[in-house]
Design a protein. Structure first.
Length: 136
């Protein structure tokens, strides 16, 4: 019985694969419009990207060399072509990580992540009030 189930499962997976390949057949491959890298000599990581209402992008992540802490939240705002319009480093004394960013209805940004001030992790939620990354 197990032999029959294994073969039926493999057959089903094969059919799904064939259907998937056929649905992609004849469609052109995506074309790379542009590619950008951001960061310095240390470890910088992007964890989240979102298209903004002005067709640009916000990238939220972590940077090591830019701020006062050991690792800091890094928010980057670009235009539609990926050129940096502004960037904001938000740091405490130790580890601050940005995991996700969303543009808010008022044009600002909200960031979620975590902080590790001393001894244990805590949830981090930041609200930037201005569309240029400023904190009012």
């Amino acid at each position: 019985m197990r032999y029959i189930l294994t073969h039926c499962t493999l057959l089903l997976l094969g059919i799904i694969l064939v259907i998937s390949l056929l649905s992609c057949a004849g469609k052109p491959a995506p074309v790379l419009q542009w590619s950008k890298t951001f960061g310095g000599r240390g470890d910088d990581m992007g964890h989240s990207v979102q298209q903004t209402t002005d067709d640009g992008y916000t990238i939220c992540g972590i940077t090591k060399p830019h701020g006062a802490g050991l690792e800091d939240v890094w928010l980057i705002k670009t235009n539609v072509d990926g050129k940096i319009l502004w960037d904001k480093t938000l740091s405490g004394k130790r580890f601050d990580w940005g995991n996700s960013v969303q543009q808010t209805a008022d044009g600002g940004y909200i960031i979620s992540g975590s902080i590790y001030p001393e001894g244990s992790n805590h949830v981090l939620l930041l609200k930037l009030l201005q569309s240029n990354g400023g904190i009012s």
